[in-house]
Design a protein around this ligand. Sequence first.
Ligand SMILES: Cc1cc2nc3c(=O)[nH]c(=O)nc-3n(C[C@H](O)[C@H](O)[C@H](O)COP(=O)(O)OP(=O)(O)OC[C@H]3O[C@@H](n4cnc5c(N)ncnc54)[C@H](O)[C@@H]3O)c2cc1C
Length: 566
Amino acid sequence: MTVIGTHDVVIVGAGLAGMRAAVEAARGGVDVAVVTKLHPVRSHSGAAEGGINVALGNVSDDSTEGHTYDTVKGSDYLADQDAARIMCEDAVGDILELENMGCFFSRLPNGRIAQRPFGAAGRPRTAFAADITGHVLLHVMYEQLLKHGVTVYEEFYGIDLATDVNGEVIGVTSWDIVNGGLKTVLGNATIIATGGMGRMYHGTTNAWACTGDGMAMAFRIGAPLKDMEFMQFHPTTLKANGVLITEGCRGEGGVLRNSLGERFMEKYAPNAMELASRDVVSRAEWTEIMEGRGVDGCVLLDLTHLGADRINRALPGSRELALDYAGVDAIDEPIPVRPGAHYQMGGVHTDSNGQTPIPGLWASGEAACVSVHGANRLGGNSLLEAVVFGRRSGDHAAATVKGRTKPDAGAAAASMARTQAKVDGMLSATGPRADELRVALADTMYENCGVFRTGEGMAVAKTRIAEIRATFDAGVLLHDKGTSFNNDITYALEVGAMLEMGDVLTQCGLERNESRGGHTRLDFPERNDEKWLVHSLATRTADDPTIQVGTHPVTITDYQPAIRTY
Ligand SMILES: Cc1cc2nc3c(=O)[nH]c(=O)nc-3n(C[C@H](O)[C@H](O)[C@H](O)COP(=O)(O)OP(=O)(O)OC[C@H]3O[C@@H](n4cnc5c(N)ncnc54)[C@H](O)[C@@H]3O)c2cc1C
């Protein structure tokens, strides 16, 4: 148990949000470090295919006003409208800056940045680099990270936030994946940028590393989590393994058909059709499948009419994924797809500078909830959120702590000792294997907290998760007791985080007795603005793990809630 570094700003996570925050903090003239369980360019941001939204107006008369409106409407009016406006207005400068840093976006014949249509966007607004947008952004941000001299603690698995005697966050205590043992990195400001938690579901687009660790770390020390019931299901994922087929396919003109060959979105969203918002399309697909018009538990995404040239130029990655994982060549045949868990709209409650109510703690990216996505995120708005609010949190954290005396190595001794005791307990425990518990959790979440939910189903999930958590807490068996690359222990820690976050999602879902965006309850099918036009806010204290669910007002500035049709 050692302190291996002391900095001004410590960022946990090196995806797009974490690296963007780090670069901005470094520009603010402070000493910055990033702690990450993966090499930065292996972060899940690199899997983003479709693109990033920005109202450049290169192919239409688009405006930041239009982008803000679409974001608020898409959110089912649960987004904070001031935050959505900041994101959409900042987008223009931020994307042009990314371009100047070296992101090679796809181009129009006139040389301007190309933009494709995406779901629930009133105009073609999504800038892209073919269908490897996230990969391009992540590599460019990594270059910037190196350029700005940010210290990277690579392959350090953050377990707990380090706190001082007043409960102020002063860094993070991690398991050193390469050498073993606990190592603490201290800082006056800590930014959680650990991404999503889709791995708690069967059938998810998320990488293995998306396990909600950062949200769980923050929650454990009393940071509120906002809108956690809202898990987004992406309409087009492959059945075998949940791999995503980008919305860009529908943006390029792909259509959805049922087993009768019908273009069924005509019934559900006659105007926007396949480009309605994701919650609408996922519910339509699920309904078709449940009513017997599916094809082997899927519907069909048909690109064949686009022709080989366009598919190879605009969607080469999607063609390859369908070939590799579904054995289907999209040039000749439709791709079987179904909804899969994709994006956590909720996260650590922050303001529009990424600051949380806990002193010393900020959050950004998918791990945070500002909130700009409300009950349903629009495709292309998440990479944007990571860039805009990553930058803002890095800037704000640096400005807040600049010139402060760095934390003393002894200040975190008590919190480090608690983490050490937890890890020692895990290394000596017996019991089932953690992977059995993850499968049990993923089954429970998939069956009871999916596209359609009921109070009864979520109550079953809540009880089941309590049982699985009790088993986990009593101890899981780690076969590997070693130090170097002990994936057994990090995997078990991830399962622990997912159990905590699955519990929070389920409890928040049980409380919200209405249907809004990604949270559709068959027993409460209507949106209830009178009671539920509020954020949910889940909290616990550092000493008592009981989850309390309260509410927090939604900021409404320009757009009064209206019935949402597409
Ligand atoms: C397949 C797929 C396609 C997508 N396509 C798009 C798209 O086209 N457009 C769009 O806008 N959005 C898209 N999204 C969503 C978007 O990519 C993500 O929401 C966003 O990239 C998240 O960025 P992030 O920086 O918050 O997290 P991530 O990129 O997930 O990074 C998380 C970081 O945290 C680190 N970390 C996690 N836990 C720990 C820990 N315990 N200790 C230390 N480090 C830790 C990881 O090492 C990693 O560096 C897509 C998502 C998926 C899954």
